[in-house]
Design a protein around this ligand. Structure first.
Ligand code: 5GP
Length: 116
């Protein structure tokens, strides 16, 4: 099922695209949770990590190379940043088109709150 991200990738709806090539697209999150909050998204529709295939390994690795480049461009390579991928309901995945969050620009605090 196509999601809103496919329309963003196809530039059918507006977004602030910061990077695009034949494999991935990166654009600013519409509701940023940090001074820098960018989503790095495969151009093909992969719903979640559960759906990745071995033949996509190179494209998935490419997402890290793009993340590193964007972190440098955004000026947060040295100050630090976090890469996050939510998968499924317990992680709060909202958009079922695989995406890596790149967040940074201030101290992000602990990864998770304590389980109780
Ligand atoms: P998830 O919870 O699925 O890991 O994250 C989905 C993210 O997509 C959220 O941070 C949300 O703000 C962002 N998002 C949802 N719809 C849009 C949209 O139409 N445009 C942009 N730029 N971001 C979106």
């Amino acid at each position: 099922m196509p999601t809103i991200f496919s329309k963003i990738i196809a530039r059918e709806i507006p977004s602030e695209i910061v990077y695009q090539d034949d494999q991935v697209t990166a654009f600013k999150d519409i509701h940023p949770l940090a001074p820098v909050h960018i989503l790095i998204v495969p151009n093909i529709e992969i719903p979640s990590v559960n759906d990745v295939k071995p033949e996509q390994e190179s494209m998935l690795g490419h997402m890290f190379i793009v993340a590193k480049q964007i972190a440098a461009e955004q000026g947060i390579a040295q100050s630090g940043y976090r890469l996050l991928i939510n998968s499924g309901d317990d992680a709060g995945q909202e958009v079922y088109h695989l995406h890596m969050h790149l967040v940074g620009g201030h101290n992000l605090g602990p990864l998770l709150t304590k389980h109780h």
